[in-house]
Write a protein that binds this ligand. Structure first.
Ligand SMILES: [Mg+2]
Ligand SMILES: [Zn+2]
Length: 234
């Protein structure tokens, strides 16, 4: 027996949208902006040999670098507001995801206080955020690396975003949006990747598919096309 179809067409199946922050939601990487303005120049170059040789981790190198950042939270907020910039359309992606019932998580290797500031200014302070934290002070900045990421990743040997996505994932398709090195590993478990800048170049080298984007309106269009494909395949 065929059921009479007075029921509205089924809602779109939920997706997990994981979005990087620095250089993705913002136009410029806030870590670079902060170090350039308030840090001691050349620290990263001094650490590079130890980093390459595996004598220190990237987290230790970041902590060393940020220890040279002498600035108050107020000075950091002023700098980030002046320089970070926001990529057009992110609020529209959030609104679209909320209407469609998709889960959107901001997933960053950067700092919660900076992320909350930028998202709060956009009226998006309610978003779910996974990140590290930086305690800014005129005596030098202290980094706090989050345990949110759970275990060390077996592929890249770091507490990377792959595990953070897995922990939040319940079988729904994963869409990842990013631009940098911390987005490489996690992009491998996404059903669809939007990439720009260094992440796009790396995916090209790997021969892997992605959708390039310059703003989030393109991401909304791509997500809608993905949904249409999922419905057609169902
Ligand atoms: Mg980034
Ligand atoms: Zn990994």
């Amino acid at each position: 027996m065929v059921a009479t179809s007075l029921v509205a067409s089924p809602a779109v199946a939920p997706l997990l949208l994981a979005v990087d922050f620095d250089g993705t939601i913002t136009l410029r990487d806030t870590l670079h902006v902060i170090v350039d303005e308030h840090g001691r120049r050349g620290v990263w170059d001094e650490l590079e040999p130890d980093l390459r040789a595996g004598r220190i981790t990237i987290e230790q190198a970041m902590a060393e670098q940020f220890r040279t950042v002498h600035a108050t939270p107020g000075e950091i907020a002023e700098l980030v507001r002046a320089r970070a910039g926001v990529r057009p359309g992110f609020a529209d992606l959030v609104a679209y995801a909320e209407r469609a019932g998709h889960r959107l998580v901001v997933m960053s290797a950067g700092f919660r206080s900076v992320i909350d500031l930028v998202l709060g200014d956009m009226g998006l302070g309610h978003l779910e955020v996974v990140s590290n934290e930086a305690l800014f002070s005129s005596d030098g900045c202290t980094l706090v690396f989050s345990d949110d990421r759970g275990e060390v990743c077996g592929l890249c040997d770091r507490r990377c975003k792959r595990h953070a996505v897995r922990m939040r994932h319940d079988g729904e398709p994963v869409i990842y949006v990013g631009d940098g090195i911390s987005d490489r590993c996690v992009s491998g478990i996404a059903d669809l990747v939007f990439a720009r800048a260094g992440l796009a170049e790396w995916l090209d080298e790997q021969g892997r598919e992605y959708i390039p984007f310059d703003d989030f309106h393109e991401v909304v269009s791509g997500v809608r096309a993905f949904e249409a494909g999922e419905r057609a395949a169902a």
